[in-house]
Design a protein around this ligand. Structure first.
Ligand code: AMP
Ligand code: MG
Length: 430
């Protein structure tokens, strides 16, 4: 089933149409190598999509073969599961199944099918498709469906489509702030890769930042433009949300000018919402439990020093958490020593004991992230040598913040295929 060879009873698999702005250019897209097997209600009562990625050609494949290579599918598996463990909303990976067939890229590569579990696959691009090629009734039906599926609590209110827009904006503000706080770089923030559920979706050339530098990019296609660089992600999110808002205009108000005004007001709130989430998260990363107006410049001072001294993002916050000096240029500098003193004074100006700050920091700063070179190492061993032990070790690392968490995924190898043991989900699969 997870290789796409059998369909579960009652399932009506389908490929979804969508459009999207890819690196700023609008185009017709769709599930060119993915197939939605169906929806599943989990034991907790949540409705999820179960989708195969790499399962073959569909009407939206254009020139592509509809297939996926093992390396990138394992990559999505590792990173999405790590994101989940880090407490960041994301689609999950249920399994990667090696197909035994090869796919032709620059070279011949082993093929695989990823099973993705998502709150839904509704994207900004789904609305762009409906707005461009559908009728207004189609658009309304899609908006109603999205409301019903993701925001059932706001089903009955007046101007529900404006509420939809505002809620999607809110979720993205939360999500992007979480990305920035953990140093995650998505890499391909095209509008078709922005899910309306607020989950991270479509892991391509993504990575966690090592050295703190807002200009960091990992995608080789993006090196030139740096459109999707770390520091640009909040701006791109706002840009994508503006594309979403555009699609909703005919539903927002009968008068176009009024509709534009409503949409613009909603979009302009994103920056403030994002910023509030980010600042709250940064305070937590530094163990700050109350608010002072100068906190932001204090945080900016740390970040600019980190950039100047090329400090590792994760390790710096980890070192602060344990207040253990590191042998780095940052820690060796006088300006950092002065900042550190200010930080200690700042912590002293709150009621709560030091232990509360420490605990907050432990909960907010991951000790380990899936470093790009580690991920590459794991993929190389798996793809080139069929050795999955490196990947298994990586998946068993606790990526979550420093507090204890139940382990989420375990790998089980079955004759060439890798199937993680998710007893609950597997049992209830379609
Ligand atoms: P992505 O970069 O994964 O977000 O994909 C962008 C678009 O290209 C989507 O419409 C995909 O379905 C399509 N696509 C990517 N790879 C293939 C492939 N091997 N065959 C057909 N379509 C593909
Ligand atoms: Mg995509």
């Amino acid at each position: 089933m997870l290789a796409g060879n059998r369909i579960a009873e009652g399932a009506l698999p389908l490929a979804q149409a969508y459009a999207g702005h890819q690196f700023g250019h609008f185009t017709m897209l769709g599930d060119g190598r993915a197939l939605l097997l169906g929806e599943q209600i989990t034991p907790q009562g949540e409705r999820v999509d179960i989708q195969l990625k790499g399962s073959g050609r569909t009407p939206y494949s254009r020139g592509g073969d509809g297939r996926a290579a093992l390396g990138p599918m394992l990559r999505e598996y590792i990173i999405s599961e790590a994101m989940h463990a880090l407490g960041i909303p994301t689609t999950r990976s249920l399994a990667v199944v090696a197909t035994g067939q090869s796919v032709m890229r620059e070279t011949e590569l082993p093929g695989a099918v990823l099973t993705r579990v998502a709150a839904s696959h509704l994207r900004v691009g789904t609305f762009q498709y409906a707005a461009n090629w559908g009728t207004i009734e189609d658009l309304r039906a899609l908006a109603d469906y999205t409301l019903h599926r993701h925001f059932p609590e706001i089903d009955a209110v007046e101007n529900r489509y404006l509420v939809l827009l505002r809620e999607v904006i809110k979720r993205q503000a939360v999500l992007i702030a979480k990305w920035q706080l953990v140093g995650f770089i998505h890499g391909v923030m095209n509008t078709d890769n922005m899910a309306l559920s607020g989950e991270t979706i479509d892991y391509g050339p993504c990575a966690f930042m090592d050295v703190y530098d807002p200009a960091t990019v990992f995608s080789s296609i993006d090196i030139q433009s740096r459109r999707y660089a770390y520091g640009n992600q909040p701006h791109i999110a706002a840009w994508n949300l503006a594309r979403f808002a555009e699609t909703l205009l005919p539903l927002l108000h009968d008068n176009e000018e009024q509709a534009v005004k409503l949409a613009e007001d909603a979009i302009s709130d994103f920056t403030e919402l994002y910023h509030r989430n980010w600042l709250a998260g940064m305070r937590e990363k530094l163990g700050i439990l109350n608010e002072e107006p100068q906190d932001e410049s204090f945080i900016e001072d740390l970040l600019s020093m980190m950039q100047k001294y090329r400090a590792d993002y994760t390790n710096t916050f980890r070192a602060l958490t344990f207040d253990k000096p590191e042998d780095t240029d940052l820690y060796g500098s006088t300006e950092f020593a002065q900042w550190h003193e200010r930080w200690q004074e700042r912590l002293g100006r709150q009621q709560e004991p030091k232990a509360s700050s420490h605990e907050l920091m432990r909960n907010s700063n991951p000790a380990v992230i899936p470093r790009n070179h580690r991920v590459e190492e794991a993929l190389e061993a798996a793809v080139k040598e069929g050795d999955y032990s490196v990947m298994e070790r990586l998946l068993h690392v606790r990526f979550e913040p420093l507090r204890a968490f139940p382990r989420t995924s375990r790998l089980r190898r079955t004759s060439g295929a890798i199937v993680p043991s998710f007893p609950n989900l597997l049992r209830y699969l379609i």
